[in-house]
Design a protein around this ligand. Structure first.
Ligand SMILES: *[C@@H]1O[C@H](CO)[C@@H](O)[C@H](O)[C@H]1NC(C)=O
Ligand SMILES: *[C@@H]1O[C@H](CO)[C@@H](O)[C@H](O)[C@H]1NC(C)=O
Length: 383
């Protein structure tokens, strides 16, 4: 809207000397009309994955609907979205705990957040979370998964094309713990999980994409973002091409560094110093992204990175200067590959309840970090 007012003021300025005032005035409605046509067509035409990548740009993952324990809207305010946009960020990944669906008002609350995003031109990307369902992957879990997406997609079917659906948040580590202690649970393998059974992943995805497409409204040509069957880009080519090869409005999500780089030599998330050391911090980044680029080159499917963090969230092993070096390198490499992203997690940088960007130092896993400074560095190089 700032642009509209700016242009309206500027254009008459330019032609002032040459035109009488009544003529200038008669042009104003025309400018306004042209602007409205531009806005409306921008939302009403389906968006190609290529264009969508540039609209997603840089943004954050969010926690409003992530945990059943919280009341979703207690920490939400429309000002959150306005502030995010003003800081230069253009997407929010709205991660939703599927068990919240049974709670009263979930769909209404979700709609409120989506509407606020669209109002401020922040791309809302809705994603589903249910770790138990992924890990056991029973027929019943599949039905619940598909029903969840049908409920969400039906509720939001007429929202404009900037809204997208990201079918899984993360097919990461399985945790099968039924009737076991915490310790056994980590070791027990989830042999039926989606992650270990890509056939099942493909079946769930095939079914849910068809169901969403059939719901009417704008869902037939809305961007659907498929998940990597094993989280990272390496797994993208396990997706059955039958799902996307005749659908021009699909993309794929993958990620690494969801809880940040670490200093464990040999890990694919290893980073130290400026990343040039012998365990190859920079090489790790390049390799991770290269897998995604290769997939895009081979299939034409464009990708989006749904989760990353610049700091070591678990052990706090990276110092602030290393965190910044990693972030700058990672963001620049993603930018070269044209891959937009959402960073984990908004709440690290912004207090949604107080509607304020966080300032000063925070201690994360024992490491003192100035998150505002880290964010400002990222803003200098982000798309
Ligand atoms: C999806 O799966 C359900 C349950 O298994 C089935 O009834 C439905 O017909 C499937 N939908 C499509 C479009 O294949
Ligand atoms: C992908 O394609 C581009 C353009 O053709 C090429 O420059 C690049 O090397 C390819 N990258 C990979 C990893 O295949």
């Amino acid at each position: 809207m700032g642009n509209l007012l700016g242009n309206e003021r500027k254009v008459p300025e330019l032609i002032k000397q040459k035109m009488p005032r009544f003529l200038i005035m008669s042009f104003l409605p025309l400018f306004f009309l042209l602007f409205m046509v531009a806005v409306v067509s921008g939302q009403d035409e389906p968006i190609s994955p290529e264009e969508y990548q540039s609209q997603i740009g840089a943004g954050f993952s969010t926690n409003w609907f992530k945990s059943r324990a919280r009341k979703p809207m207690e920490k939400f305010s429309e000002k959150n979205i306005k502030d995010i946009r003003e800081k230069g960020f253009s997407n929010l990944r709205i991660r939703c705990d599927a068990e919240l669906y049974s709670s009263k008002g979930f769909l209404d609350s979700l709609t409120t957040v989506v509407d606020s995003c669209l109002k401020y031109n922040v791309i809302p990307i809705i994603s589903w979370i249910h770790h138990r369902a992924e890990a056991y992957a029973t027929k019943k879990a599949q039905d619940a998964y598909v029903s969840w997406w049908i409920a969400v997609a039906r509720q939001l079917k007429d929202k404009d094309y900037r809204l997208s659906f990201n079918l899984f948040t993360e097919l990461g580590i399985d945790t099968c713990s039924e009737g076991e202690t915490e310790k056994v649970k980590i070791e027990k393998s989830c042999k039926n999980s989606l992650r270990r059974n890509t056939d099942k992943y493909n079946e769930w995805t095939k079914n849910v994409t068809k169901e969403i497409r059939a719901l009417g409204g704008k869902n037939a040509k809305r961007i659907l973002i498929l998940a990597s069957p094993v989280k990272t880009a390496k797994g993208l080519d396990k997706i059955d091409p039958e799902i996307y090869e005749r659908d021009p409005y699909m993309m794929a999500e993958w990620h690494l560094y969801a809880s940040g780089p670490i200093k464990t030599p040999g890990s694919q998330k290893y980073w130290s110093g400026d990343g040039t050391g012998k365990f190859g911090g920079r090489e790790n980044v390049k390799k991770a992204i290269n897998d995604a680029v290769e997939f895009t080159n081979k299939t034409g499917m464009r990708t989006y990175l749904g989760a990353w963090m610049p700091h070591d969230n678990i052990k706090g092993s990276l110092k602030e200067a290393e965190v910044i070096k990693f972030a700058l390198f990672f963001v620049k490499e993603l930018r070269k590959a044209n891959i937009p992203w959402s960073m984990n997690v908004l709440d690290n940088y912004y207090d949604t309840r107080e509607c304020k960007w966080r300032r000063g130092h925070q201690v994360v896993a024992g490491q003192k970090l100035n998150m505002a400074k880290i964010l400002n560095n990222i803003r200098k190089v982000m798309p």
